[in-house]
Ligand binder design. Structure first.
Ligand code: G3P
Length: 228
């Protein structure tokens, strides 16, 4: 497993703070930070804004979810082919707020690989990370659900989950890189996670709910620079 640092992924979820045009405003702030620091930042906007945000930023945009439904008659589903044509470069999959069956994840990954889409598969615990790593997504994001949206981070509450996950991926034969998230609020949270072996960070509420988006993204993202 390679330990190159990045990406820093900002999941906008469906928070009202980033509703409608505000999704593009926060993405533009992230774009400025990315340019100012030279850090790879990805943004995951609400599904309904995916194409619009993608077309109006130079940042890499990822979907929050993708379905395995067929091309054509699959009303209301987001399929990999449409995600790609919307301008997104990849997708989160199996977020704990949108879990899916492992057989479906396997189907989706196959399709995403053939389309050259970046896959970020979420795991809620170590057992799930081990299981999902067999599917070799590009990234596995470990996120304990009980810490998501809280002020308690995976870095301070469950540091060994990060180091164990890192060691497991490193010692196994898979090429998936580690990302971690849940409760990432402070620069220290990012620093600890990167020091423990995480390549990337997945964060949402601390950024979206901040009243200074640029400053908040900057203080978290700059930790990638220092850890290089
Ligand atoms: O996808 C990111 C995520 O679930 C973490 O959310 O609000 O704890 O940063 P949050």
């Amino acid at each position: 497993m390679s330990v190159d640092k990045g990406p820093f992924i900002i999941n906008l979820k469906n928070y009202l703070e980033i509703s409608g045009p505000k999704s593009l405003l926060i993405t533009r702030e992230a774009e400025k930070v990315s340019q100012d620091l030279g850090i790879r930042i990805m943004v995951s906007p609400p599904q309904v804004l995916l194409a619009w945000v993608s077309k109006n930023t130079t940042l890499e945009i990822v979907a929050q979810h993708v379905d395995s439904s067929q091309i054509g008659p699959s009303t209301g589903f987001s399929i990999p082919e449409m995600v790609k044509d919307s301008g997104a470069v990849g997708s989160l999959i199996n977020h704990s707020e949108h879990p899916i069956d492992i057989t479906i994840i396997a189907e989706i990954l196959k399709r995403m690989k053939s389309l050259d889409l970046v896959s970020i598969v979420c795991a809620k615990n170590f057992a799930e990370l081990k299981e999902l790593s067999k599917l070799e997504p590009d990234y596995i994001a470990i996120e304990p659900p009980e810490l998501i949206g809280s002020k308690r981070s995976i870095s301070t509450e469950k540091p060994t989950l990060i180091s164990d996950s890192f060691r497991y991926l490193q010692s196994s034969d898979v090429n998936s890189k580690l990302i971690c998230g849940a409760g990432i609020n402070t620069p220290e949270d990012v620093r600890i996670a990167l020091d423990l072996g995480s390549s990337g960070i997945l964060a949402a509420s601390s950024i979206v709910k901040s009243d200074k988006w640029y400053e908040k993204i900057y203080e978290l993202a700059i930790q990638f620079k220092d850890s290089k």
